[in-house]
Design a protein around this ligand. Structure first.
Ligand SMILES: Cc1cc2nc3c(=O)[nH]c(=O)nc-3n(C[C@H](O)[C@H](O)[C@H](O)COP(=O)(O)OP(=O)(O)OC[C@H]3O[C@@H](n4cnc5c(N)ncnc54)[C@H](O)[C@@H]3O)c2cc1C
Length: 486
């Protein structure tokens, strides 16, 4: 897949598995008229490694500005209908995301429809044979923290692919919906809320990120403690692979898998190679699976055949290539459609607020809460609380009308009255599910509390909203504080 980002910007993804997958080669390479290329020797991008059979030496990668200059003409000739620009202002805008990196692209492409995405990939795959430094990197809302949407070549902004289809009610426990990747999470959330549904792995960036970016990052949020990452909620996805065709990727039984790998196309090739890779290295892969609740580094090979190869070959379990594509940050293909599972919003929950004034008590308190299988455990520190207290206006754009005043009242009364003007070193927020709790919640509160730690049930919804608002604002408050001296 010709998609790029320098190795430096994807440091969290630098694993053996990633490199292996990134060096897959094109089966059929379209031959194009070769033109002499000007030589420059800048750093190579990972994407270019994808199209070459020989190992790429990054220092000798041929840079040829002509490829980027010709791209609009080539796309139009192929029937592309979306936007293409190299305006200085736009390139400046796409040079950064929420990471610490800054890389200037050469061209920004904005597809108008799924067919446009296929055209882009077909043209770039073909043209990399003569302009080897051409590569494409999808971008959604650009809120990623690892620089995944940055490139020195071509950015594809997916913002215009943002439709959401109707919700399909499967049963009382879950429903599904299909959408395009550029759909903002907040817009999806609003629509789901009307049906009392939600997508559990919502991130703290849910007000500013897209569903496609979150899946491509395999993001996780507060409720992931119980409900897992974004990849766990994908029913199926449409992906444009490096041959420029769209494939539907979903979990396959052994029979379906056997029938797929007989085919002669890109989806079949990737499925075959991933299967071989897992079969050969199964023990090693399982051994290296991180034992953490949250992990988005590397390709999740350990999740592709969860039952194990032997059992899968006997017809048990599934082969799910989507597990590799979710979290691959656009390096395997470009997602153009997603079908997601959603569940009813839980109303039978209790929020506990646990102020920790002495940091040495934090770890033990959190370990105690884990026994009760919470939906989430989140924390924010004293700096965050102080920044929130000093900047009430920050919340004005996030909370509307009376809610703003109620939440602010809750914030100052909690601080001045409840905590007597002292900011806790850590605020621990724990959401328990009353139904699955095998004990009375008041007993749980007693067991979590100790001489210096007082857990408390939050009964006021404005106070609960206040705690979550501060938690979600922590990153932005901090960035604002260091950039504008809030
Ligand atoms: C304030 C804040 C809070 C955050 N909180 C969390 C959190 O709680 N949990 C968490 O996991 N992360 C969090 N993040 C980072 C998080 O990863 C992103 O917010 C989100 O996942 C990325 O969404 P995006 O739409 O901005 O995607 P982008 O940043 O634009 O893209 C993310 C990656 O996906 C790729 N991509 C985009 N679209 C496609 C596509 N259609 N097909 C294939 N690849 C594609 C891009 O190339 C890039 O590699 C936070 C970030 C911020 C700024």
């Amino acid at each position: 897949m010709p998609s790029s980002s320098s190795t430096k910007t994807r440091s969290n993804k630098k694993t053996v598995t990633k490199k292996t997958a990134a060096k897959k080669t094109v089966k059929k390479r379209a031959v194009s008229k070769k033109k002499p290329t000007k030589k420059t020797t800048k750093k190579a991008t990972k994407a270019t490694a994808v199209v070459e059979k020989r190992p790429i030496d990054p220092t000798t990668l041929k840079r040829n500005p002509l490829g980027h200059l010709l791209i609009e003409k080539l796309l139009r000739e192929a029937g592309f209908r979306g936007g293409v620009s190299s305006s200085k202002e736009l390139l400046d805008e796409y040079s950064t995301d929420e990471s610490i990196f800054s890389i200037r692209p050469q061209v920004v492409i904005i597809p108008r429809c799924k067919a446009d995405v296929e055209i882009i990939v077909q043209v770039i795959t073909r043209e990399t044979t003569r302009f080897e430094s051409l590569s494409i990197t999808p971008r959604a809302a650009g809120t990623g923290l690892s620089g995944g949407s940055l490139t020195d070549s071509i950015v594809i902004d997916m913002k215009d692919l943002r439709d959401m289809g109707p919700i399909t009610f499967k049963n009382k426990d879950y429903s599904t919906f299909t959408c395009e990747p550029g759909l903002m999470w907040r817009d999806m959330e609003k629509k789901l809320k009307r049906h009392k549904l939600y997508l559990p792995p919502y991130t703290s960036s849910k007000d500013i990120c897209t569903i496609g970016g979150a899946i491509a990052n395999n993001s996780a949020g507060p409720d992931s403690l119980r409900y897992g990452h974004c990849a766990d909620w994908v029913e199926s996805m449409d992906v444009v692979l490096r041959d420029g065709n769209t494939y539907t990727v979903k979990p396959l039984t052994y029979k379906q898998f056997k029938s797929l790998i007989k085919k002669n196309h890109e989806h079949a090739r990737i499925a075959r190679e991933i299967f071989e890779l897992i079969e050969k290295n199964e023990k090693e892969i399982k051994k290296n699976e991180p034992e953490t609740k949250k992990n988005t580094a590397g390709y999740s090979l350990w999740d592709v055949i969860p039952e194990g190869v032997a059992k899968f070959k006997k017809g048990q379990g599934v082969f799910d290539l989507g597990r590799v594509i979710s979290g691959s940050q656009g390096t395997v293909g470009i997602i153009t459609s997603l079908t997601m599972r959603v569940i009813p919003i839980q109303t039978d929950t209790t929020l506990l607020a646990i102020p920790i004034f002495d940091l040495t008590e934090a770890a033990e308190t959190i370990v105690k809460t884990l026994k009760y299988d919470p939906i989430n455990i989140e924390i924010f520190d004293d700096l965050t609380f102080d920044l929130a207290l000093r900047n009430p206006s920050f919340f004005k754009s996030r909370l509307h009308g009376l809610t703003y005043y109620k939440v602010m009242l809750a914030m100052y009364s909690t601080y001045h009255v409840r905590y007597r003007g002292k900011t806790p070193a850590f605020m621990v927020l724990v959401t328990l599910n009353d139904n699955s709790l095998k004990a009375d919640v008041r007993d749980v509160v007693k067991k979590i509390s100790s001489r210096n730690v007082r857990a408390r049930i939050v009964t006021n919804p404005d106070e609960a909203e206040m705690f979550w608002q501060i938690r979600r604002a922590s990153y932005t408050l901090f960035i604002r504080a260091i950039t504008s001296g809030l």
